[in-house]
Design a protein around this ligand. Sequence first.
Ligand SMILES: Cc1ncc(COP(=O)(O)O)c(C=O)c1O
Length: 354
Amino acid sequence: MVAPSPFAADLLSDTLTRPTEAMRQAMARAEVGDDVFGEDPTLRALEERVAGMLGHEAALFTPSGSMANQLGVRLHVRPGEELIGDSLAHVVRAELGAAAVLSGISSRTWLSERGRFRADDAASLMVTGVGPYQVCTSLVIVENTHNFGGGTVQSLDEIRRAREVTRDRGVAMHLDGARLFNAHVASGVPVDDYGREFDTVSICLSKGLGAPVGSVLVGSADAMAESRIWRKRFGGGMRQAGILAAAGLYALDHNVERLADDHARARRAAEAMAEAAPGCVDLATVETNIVIVDVASMGWTSAAFVDAALADGVRTYAVGPGAVRLVWHLDVDDAGTDVAVDVLTRLLRSAPAA
Ligand SMILES: Cc1ncc(COP(=O)(O)O)c(C=O)c1O
């Protein structure tokens, strides 16, 4: 059973989605085997499908997006070498130092505007061919869409320009595509057009796509064979995981195109807030399912705003002292969006309690 949400609109994160009855039925019907022995047919089917969708040879199912990213990172960067990415990237900011702790990798970052990827930023930070004198850059990380940047869709042209530079300099590229399908739906760029520009790509099934658990890493057959070993070493070898893969297959069949609904609801709410409180949302920044609201421009701290919205049944997330993030997903429909718009516009218009 899907328990009713205690919130009128839960905009905390798109990781909150709960599997629908239909998805649960698909999970219950899944044919399974022991995946550590490579014998789970549903998992094999999911891996083959995702590899094909992203234009790669092979794939590996992982329990989380963080594990998929960390397996990708470890493939390309040896201990003592570095990865580079923007300072808001999930890999450097929100995986709790995993690259350093698990793989002995250091990270350097450039500043970006809302996580927007620019080939020049990567090229100017990259250090190669410096022998034993400096840390060598082995990997560039790109995140698409960009979570902490506010759902920013990356430009394929910029990615291609970076690919030319990295190819020349022997540096690998990994795409954190936790929300790659949001980027695809918003931009119309086929997912494999993004996918083919990278050595490895991770995608998440458990965010906007609505599966309860699971991510997939794609790359060459050799790279995935090596990642399979490291996944087991990291404790991520799973047994009858076809139950989870069935949810992923269901999500790919039913929940990709509907991401456009989340984007439309996010935009509708953003427009209402921008009209109610001019300056609090820059509409040009609302590209997908994430809206960042500058509540400080209306005299609020993010903590006070989050509490006030919660008291009226709308859960949001403070992403800085004066900014609040709202994320649309499968479990927030038009009615939930109406409530969110009512509550949030009223709060933005009113002065916070002293
Ligand atoms: C961009 C991005 N990458 C990776 C992850 C990690 O996913 P997980 O929570 O499954 O480890 C997240 C999670 O929110 C994310 O937003």
